[in-house]
Design a protein around this ligand. Structure first.
Ligand code: AMP
Ligand code: MG
Length: 367
């Protein structure tokens, strides 16, 4: 596997890496025109490219999308103490009873729970108390105290919370962090909002996590460059009607006593990942792709395949019609620093990505 060499690979966010997208498409095709909008939403830059019959239609649709992002942020934000998710956690912890929740929160927590079950706990939004301890570590450059870590681990797992028609119930001390799935959820909602406004040909890019609708007019798909631990795309894919999301520890990590701790936690041990990695997952929705891209980093290629098969047989494929599901995981073998040589990295990928990677390698050898 040939990776181009760069000096600053680890200073780039994996999400940004995937965000190196290269868009093709006719500027004018049929009677549709290309419009582009961008705003900062959910703490990241969001870019939207869409084809519409006239400017007003495009602008109204974009406004509706930004409004939807804001609504979801007020429900799901981990940083806003007034967000519904934080308030609901606090209330149920205090009352030790179910508290009613909005449809948006219900859907988000139900999806989160489902991916926790399907990944055997590798994706788990109750990891929040541990994430918070390690966030402080990034500031102090010290491992969290072991007693605090042990206490935080008590509040992680499927048995510390529940959700049903009454709402959500969680033990005192349980906190949800939906940072590993929220962008995917918002991206799916964004595309749905555009579709309701009559726009089907669109791409929404939340800092490298993408939701893609119909292809640009006259094209087979949107050409997306997928980056690895490098700023050069490792392959290109022509995509339509999928979500493609990335995860990894390219720039969110802390180094303590020579060990590099990622912002992604293995909920089963309470420890952050220490092996450098970047993942990319293509699925029929961005929600699935986002959750599974995070889980892929935790599980590694082998265990992840089992999870993929569980997801596929969970009824998702039937429910969502044509179900496309592909993954790529690039891991660094040891403590080597970038630029990485071919034998310093391991790539696990589904056949689709393997083919795209070798195509790209052949093309770059020709150049
Ligand atoms: P992503 O970039 O989608 O992989 O999301 C990473 C964020 O998800 C982190 O910053 C944490 O807030 C949260 N997180 C970390 N580890 C996990 C995990 N194992 N399961 C679910 N969420 C996680
Ligand atoms: Mg994710």
């Amino acid at each position: 596997m040939m990776l181009n060499k760069i000096n600053s690979a680890c200073s780039l966010a994996s999400l940004f890496l995937l965000g190196t997208i290269f868009l093709s498409g006719a500027i004018f095709a049929q009677e549709l025109e290309r419009y582009e909008f961008s705003e900062e939403k959910m703490g990241v830059p969001v870019r939207m490219i869409l084809y519409a019959s006239e400017r007003q239609v495009a602008e109204n649709a974009a406004e509706a999308v930004w409004k939807r992002f804001d609504e979801l942020n007020s429900v799901l934000s981990d940083y806003d103490p007034e967000s519904e998710i934080i308030q609901a956690c606090r209330q149920t912890g205090e009352s030790n009873d179910f508290v009613p929740i909005s449809d948006d929160l219900r859907k988000s927590l139900e999806e989160s729970r489902r991916y926790c079950e399907l990944t055997d706990g590798a994706f788990d939004v109750t990891v929040s108390p541990i994430v918070k301890l390690w966030r402080r570590s990034r500031y102090f450059h010290k491992r969290p105290p072991e007693d605090l870590l042990a206490a935080a681990k008590e509040n992680v797992g499927l048995d510390v919370w529940d959700i049903d028609e009454r709402g959500v119930r969680a033990n005192e001390g349980v906190r949800f962090d939906v940072g590993g799935i929220a962008k995917g959820i918002a991206l799916d909602e964004a595309l749905e909002t555009l579709q309701k406004a009559g726009i089907s040909s669109a791409l929404i890019d939340a800092s490298g996590d993408l939701r893609i609708g119909d292809a640009p007019p006259g094209k087979q798909g949107w050409t997306v460059g997928v980056a690895s631990l490098n700023d050069e795309p490792v392959c290109y894919c022509e995509l339509s009607n999928v979500g493609i999301c990335s995860s990894g520890d390219a720039n969110r990590y802390v180094e303590i006593d020579g060990v590099r701790y990622s912002h992604i936690i293995d909920p089963r041990t309470g420890e952050p990942l220490t092996r450098r990695c970047v993942s990319a997952v293509i699925a029929s929705t961005a929600t699935t792709a986002d959750a599974l891209a995070s889980a892929l980093c935790v599980l590694g290629g082998g265990e992840f395949l089992n999870a993929v098969n569980r997801v596929k047989s969970s009824g998702l494929s039937e429910k969502e019609g044509s179900f496309l599901f592909e993954f790529m995981l690039v891991q660094v073998k040891n403590d080597s620093e970038p630029p990485y040589s071919d034998n310093e990295i391991v790539i696990s990928a589904s056949p689709f990505f393997q083919e795209k990677i070798s195509e790209n390698k052949k093309n770059s050898q020709k150049r």
